[in-house]
Write a new protein. Structure first.
Length: 141
């Protein structure tokens, strides 16, 4: 599951000529995970932590909306479409609750991997967007 969860069908189509060409790659990635000590129990607990994390459970907060509204820092929310780990709709919903937010959709078909260094175009986009955001914060009085 984790082998494919970070990639979209469109991202795989860019790399593999025929659909079945993905199978040897999946075997290689799976073997590498096992060789490097992949622990299914660890992955399960990470998944549960991901699923159960909610800023609304912060002491003193009564809801996620209250916690998001309490953020005073200028915030940037970046999200790619088709991310199976962090669906873009969740990013939109979180951004809607934050006062000073810059919301940016990463124009990539790489899904969760859009925030990695897999594609130079994604790296360039992220560097420019984040750099502009940081610069705009530094320029404010």
């Amino acid at each position: 599951m984790s082998v494919l969860a970070g990639r979209t069908p469109a991202a795989l189509e860019e790399v593999f000529e025929a659909p079945l060409d993905v199978l040897p790659w999946m075997d290689k990635v799976t073997a590498g995970n096992l060789e490097n000590g992949f622990d299914a129990t660890d992955w399960l607990y990470q998944s549960w932590a991901y699923q159960d994390h909610d800023v609304g459970t912060t002491p003193g907060m009564s809801s996620t909306q209250q916690a998001l509204a309490s953020i005073r820092a200028q915030t940037m929310v970046l999200a790619p479409p088709l991310d199976l780990f962090n669906p873009v709709q969740g990013a939109y919903e979180a951004a809607d609750g934050i006062r000073e937010v810059t919301q940016v959709e990463i124009p990539s078909l790489q899904g969760h991997q859009a925030a990695s260094s897999l594609r130079e175009e994604d790296v360039t986009f992220l560097n420019e967007e984040i750099g502009s955001f940081v610069h705009s914060i530094q320029a404010r009085p």
